[in-house]
Design a protein around this ligand. Structure first.
Ligand code: EPU
Length: 514
């Protein structure tokens, strides 16, 4: 199982142990905690109930998960359920969500046809089949085809009708490609299609010829056994914006020696490599990232230790962790990092800042590695930095750093942290985002310019200019990188036209178009 501690605003609430492991289940459990809290269910009672839960049949039930293809069977049969299920599926980071739906009962199909017409909007591809009668008599003119016509009538593309469930099974298996989530929905007997597709894909897997070259395997052979190497990892899982296609290879090196081996391997094999922090300032395009995407997330890179007024931290250490260690040891000066959700390496790369201060203001020394695997150390004062940029780390990896604080009473640190946190929650949105999208031009803050241009609340797809802060684009669920990029384009265009100011993005934009 998975055991995790639950804290809220740094206060430990308790521990939950789940029988079914997995990040998604942990996230589900956290959502349940929030609901239980609203209903005033005691934590222990709710934790025990969650711990016993083993999943429900036909509720986002995974029937197949292999070769980068997932088949899900779901009972959704009402337009609102269908929309919610597809939108949820879209947040999971698959390249395509391919939906199949069997309408349930003629009366419902007739009554809700207009709602069905727009319920599948977020699906990349849609198959509709015949109505499951559930003991009703057919109604003339009401069929799966009539829903199909209504959907096509809204302008949605890639929609097909297939009355025969067996033929539908074959068609779904045939279109499935790595990176796809097949979402098969309905309350009738369409679960047979989900089972059939799973079986056909299993068969296909057994017959498939091995790929000509498996870079992941070769790389795994070069790295320590603790290193993580995964193919086709959705980057939406590793970015706070929660959008982005898959990384061809996702790698978490174990220690410095592993990192050096990884960099040397990529150089020798001419495989592009991108080091990321916690993905807080990163926008990955929907086609994903070719080559290796690496993150320093093992315990070797996330350690934080304190010695007098110095803090030694790995490049992968979370800023929040550093702030907490500093507080425990009554070291002041790091409070401004409280609201920056990234890692130390990412903060060094971007010279991240908040509350009028910047990362390099608290750094003493930095240890870093070249892309050829050599390690260096430097006094931070000798490293050129500017507002939201440190060019050295565009071509080097920040392995660790020594930060310097000053002794301050804990109450004072607490008060400052509270003040910053309150200020941030009052001005910044809680929804998934990549932080501020644009750098502040010298003339006026980007948020103010966007606010004055009247663009707050404007949305494209699932992406929206936050009504709370103009310089944030938030993912309201189901956004794609394309939506976000289009919105960025729209904002830049409007501010250019109205104010003659060229906004420059602060978020890093990487990857390929789908
Ligand atoms: N403002 C508006 N309307 C808005 C948003 C802002 O009029 O919709 C005005 C505010 O009233 C204020 C000014 O614009 O007078 C500046 O806004 P704010 O104080 O929120 O700060 P910011 O310049 O927008 C910067 C950093 C943030 C950091 C905050 C808090 C940049 C691009 N942004 O925001 O950093 O959290 O200060 O210190 O430098 C990030 O880098 O991702 C980030 C979020």
């Amino acid at each position: 199982g998975t055991r995790f501690a639950v804290s809220c605003r740094e206060q430990r609430i308790g521990t939950i142990e789940l029988i079914i492991p997995g990040k998604q289940n942990v996230l589900n459990a956290l959502a349940a905690i929030a609901v239980a809290d609203q209903l005033q269910v005691p934590f222990e009672k709710m934790a025990a109930a969650l711990g016993e839960f083993t999943g429900a049949k036909r509720r986002f039930e995974r029937k197949f998960d292999d070769h980068g293809i997932v088949v899900v069977d779901d009972y959704a049969h009402h337009p609102t359920e269908i929309r919610a299920t597809i939108n949820a599926a879209k947040t999971l980071g698959y390249k395509r969500v391919i939906a199949a739906f069997q309408p349930h009962r003629y009366t419902r199909t007739q009554a809700l046809c207009a709602e069905f017409a727009t319920a599948f909007r977020q699906a990349d591809k849609l198959f509709l089949t015949e109505v499951y009668a559930a003991s009703e008599q057919p109604i003339p003119g009401v069929s799966g085809q009539s829903i199909c016509d209504a959907v096509v009538g809204t302008g949605q593309e890639n929609v097909a009708y297939e009355a025969d469930l067996e033929v539908l099974t074959g068609k779904l298996a045939a279109v499935a490609q790595p990176g796809d989530l097949l979402l098969i929905m309905g309350a009738g007997n369409i679960y047979k299609v989900a089972a059939g597709v799973a079986e056909m894909l299993q068969q296909r897997g057994r017959q498939a010829a091995p790929p000509a070259r498996d870079l992941g395997k070769e790389l795994q052979g070069q790295l320590s056994r603790h290193a993580v190497v995964r193919a086709g990892e959705p980057m939406s899982r590793h970015t706070t914006m929660r959008v982005g296609g898959p990384a061809e290879l996702w790698v978490e090196p174990w220690d410095e020696a592993d990192l050096a081996r990884l960099l040397k391997f990529c150089r020798a094999q001419q495989v592009p490599i991108l080091l990321i922090g916690r993905g807080t300032n990163l926008l990955v395009r929907d086609g994903g990232i070719r080559g290796v995407v690496a993150q320093l997330s093992s315990e070797h890179f996330t350690r934080v230790t304190v010695d007098g007024e110095r803090i030694m931290a790995g490049g992968g250490a979370r800023l929040k962790h550093i702030v907490n260690e500093a507080k425990t040891n009554e070291l002041g000066g790091f409070e401004f990092l409280e609201g920056i959700p990234g890692s130390l390496g990412g903060a060094l790369r971007m010279n991240a800042g908040a509350m009028g201060q910047q990362t390099f203001g608290v750094v003493d020394r930095v240890r870093y590695m070249s892309l050829t695997g050599e390690t260096y150390e430097a006094d931070a004062k000798t490293i050129p930095v500017s507002y939201r940029s440190c060019p050295l780390f565009a071509s080097h990896v920040a392995v660790s750093a020594i930060l310097r604080g000053r002794q301050v009473a804990r109450a004072e640190i607490d008060a400052r942290l509270r003040e910053y946190s309150e200020r941030r929650w009052a001005t910044q949105p809680p929804q998934p985002s990549a932080g501020c999208v644009f750098k502040n031009p010298t003339l006026a803050p980007a948020g103010k310019l966007i606010d004055e241009s009247g663009l707050k609340g404007t949305s494209i797809g699932g992406a929206c200019v936050s009504p709370k802060h103009g310089n944030f684009i938030v993912n309201e669920g189901g956004a794609t990188a394309r939506d976000v990029l289009q919105l960025i384009g729209l904002v830049r265009e409007r501010v250019r036209q109205e104010r003659g100011i060229e906004l420059e993005t602060e978020v890093m934009i990487v990857g390929e178009e789908r």
